[in-house]
Write a protein that binds this ligand. Structure first.
Ligand code: SF4
Length: 642
């Protein structure tokens, strides 16, 4: 264990020492000696960001519920703490017991953002764990990862023993049990474990696959290197959402989302073509209304939170959203519970819903039209009209909100300057409505991101727009949006460039990430720490061309680096959606009719839960019924259907 005296000496010298002290309300400290498997759950960003991640909170709760297992947390030390730790020779340690991470059996990272990759390497190094999986012996912890980035984890393939593709709730426990078994019965155990793990649905062991390249640098094949390893790794899903954690760790300091979170629905039926989450989380599964209400009761009792977020990709699409919000507003009227809907849909957001939320305390209202013109919204399949947005803005301002935040992207496929300037028209129209209600106090915040084509989406073959053109469009928008009451912000084009490179890269990028980290790259997602020139140097040293990954149009025939990872959505569907976008044709929401995306077949569903009108009932009943009928303990039938 890390010495308390050493911690006491170091913590007063760094910013926000509560990031590293642990001991928070509801944190779990299990008996280290009694646990048969010890897992360090790592988030490669600062405490405040990692503590706001619901996925990690779910796994922390899940593992700690198992009598023979233990999970503790670790986040990336900020630059000052890293310096202090290195000076003192202090290794990376867990928050609960302050054990060095090196002493755990498994180090499991949550990978949600490509700009955290340099932090992953830094955390391994601080832990004293060799960075390359091939250099780690049997005494090192297994280094594994889950999260959205694992849908194309190739750039990190050299550093990890395995990746969990899809939803970790079931896979993680299966893996841990297999780990126990192999450690007990095999010496050496590691290769045997990895071989067996590769046959678990949703587990990808990168060193068991061989990647070959054409002379032009494109991938020519990705094949299993051993018999018994599946050619394609299909993502894992849980047929029914497991009970949500109701005793989350309550932080001592302000974190990004300082509130209780209950996931009301997983997946989204909208089919926005740019949205990776909308594709990879299919099909939709809703949590029954009563379960949500019970969970919120318990969560508030265990935490004392005054705000609750109803989490999903599109919260207003939840079948029971109106009764849920109404019930919460009544039940917690006295406590003035704030209700947060992190993802409001713009076209059906009702005045009634806005007023229901307002009856308690108001939180911010954010909408995401994504593109300025109707034409471009058709291209990206964002079925929101200008009238929808203006009606919604009217309802919101009329209900007492002073500020509306709008999210847009630029650099979208087929985008022209006219489309970009249409953003300004829309924003000014919203501000005009706000002024009618509140005069000069009305505010519109406009956040403009750069579009990044992501793996497993209909736009996965497209280049990112050149940084110079993006800068020109940002400039034009800035000129078109002068005046009071409008606050404009955008993402750094170089950040978008790096994300574009890493999110669709292949295995060769491992050497770039390694060199960038060696050169000093850390916290690339943070403006104050990001040094794009380090990455440019790393590319040069590795002899690789970043534009090959970022600004090159790929053909349908090209073997993409993530071809062997299967989300259930077929490539044919993605390509057809891309072609429809070029024709300016929208596609309907799954709830209006199945578009045959492939998920129903891939997961052997008689009826896709995304399709159902009565989604809560059908999704739960269908999945429970199937699980009861077919699945062996702890294993879902859906997973066995490949
Ligand atoms: S199978 Fe059909 S209903 Fe289900 S997610 Fe795909 S398109 Fe939607």
């Amino acid at each position: 264990m890390i010495s308390t005296a050493l911690l006491d000496r170091i913590l007063p010298t760094v910013a926000k020492p509560a990031r590293y002290s642990g001991n928070e309300w509801n944190s779990m400290r299990k008996d280290w000696a009694q646990a048969k498997v010890r897992v360090a759950l790592a988030y490669p960003d600062v405490y405040e960001v990692g503590m706001s991640n619901l996925g990690l909170a779910i796994l922390y709760d899940l593992v700690n519920q198992q009598p023979e297992m233990l999970a503790e947390r670790v986040y990336a030390p900020w630059l000052d703490m890293e310096r202090a730790m290195r000076q003192a020779g202090m290794p990376l340690f867990s928050l609960e017991s302050h054990h060095p991470v090196r002493d755990f059996d498994i180090l499991g990272f949550s990978l949600q953002y490509e700009l955290n990759y340099s932090n992953v390497l830094n955390m391994l190094d601080l832990a004293g764990i060799p960075l390359l999986a091939s250099q780690r012996n049997e005494d090192c912890p297994l280094v594994i990862a889950g999260g959205t980035c694992t849908y194309n984890a190739e750039p990190l393939a050299d550093f990890f023993d395995l990746f969990v593709i899809g939803e970790g709730e079931e896979v993680l426990l299966e893996l841990l049990r297999l780990y126990l078994e192999c450690r007990k019965s095999h010496a050496p155990w590691k290769e045997e474990f990895l071989q067996q793990a590769a046959s678990i649905k949703g587990v990808y062991v990168p060193h068991l696959y061989r990647v070959a390249y054409h002379e032009d640098g494109t991938v020519s094949s990705i094949e299993p290197a051993k018999a018994g390893v599946p050619a394609r790794v299909q993502k894992r899903i849980v047929p029914v959402l497991p009970p949500p954690p109701v005793k989350p760790v309550v932080p001592f300091l302000n974190v990004v989302h300082d509130r209780g979170m209950v996931e009301i629905m997983r997946g989204c039926t909208r089919g926005c073509r740019f949205c990776q989450a909308g594709m990879i989380y299919r099909p939709v599964r809703e949590r029954p209304l009563q379960e949500v209400l019970d969970a919120i009761d318990q969560l508030l009792a265990h935490t004392g939170y005054e705000e609750i977020a109803l989490v999903s990709l599109s919260s207003t699409d939840y079948t029971g959203i109106e009764p849920l919000v109404r019930e919460l507003s009544q039940r917690y009227a006295e406590q003035r519970l704030a209700i947060s809907l992190p993802s409001l849909r713009t076209d059906t957001f009702s005045v009634a819903l806005a007023q229901m939320i307002q009856r308690t305390r108001k939180t911010g209202l954010t909408f995401a039209p994504e593109a300025g013109s109707e034409r471009l919204r058709q291209v990206i399949n964002k079925s929101v009209t200008a009238d929808d947005l203006l009606r919604t803005a009217e309802a919101a301002y009329a209900s007492g909100w002073l500020r509306i935040k709008l999210y847009f992207m630029i650099g979208l496929p087929t985008e022209t300057l006219e489309d970009v300037l249409a953003i300004a028209d829309l924003v000014k129209a919203v501000r005009g409505i706000g002024r009618c209600w509140h005069g000069p106090r009305a505010q519109v915040s406009v956040s403009v991101a750069t579009f990044i084509p992501k793996a497993h989406t209909p736009f996965q073959w497209l280049p990112i727009e050149d940084a110079g053109q993006i800068a020109a469009k940002q400039q034009a928008l800035r000129r078109a949006l002068p005046g009071r009451g409008i606050e404009l912000s955008w993402s750094d084009p170089m950040t978008a460039w790096l994300e574009a490179v890493l999110s669709r890269g292949d295995r060769r990028l491992g050497q770039v990430i390694l060199r960038a980290w060696q050169l000093g790259a850390r916290f690339d997602a943070w403006a104050e720490a990001f040094q794009p020139q380090l990455w440019q140097q790393a590319f040069a040293k590795a002899g690789l061309d970043a534009s090959f990954y970022a600004t090159r149009q790929r053909s349908f025939a090209e073997v993409l680096p993530w071809t062997h990872i299967h989300t259930g959505v077929s490539t044919a569907f993605l390509w057809e959606e891309y072609q429809r976008s070029l024709r300016g044709e929208s596609s309907i929401d799954c709830r209006g009719g199945c578009q045959d995306c492939g998920v129903r077949v891939a997961f052997d569903l008689d009826r896709c839960p995304s399709l159902a009108d009565d989604t809560v009932r059908i999704a739960s009943e269908h999945a429970r019924d199937k699980a009861d009928r077919v699945a062996p303990a702890g294993r879902s039938h859906m997973m066995d259907s490949e």
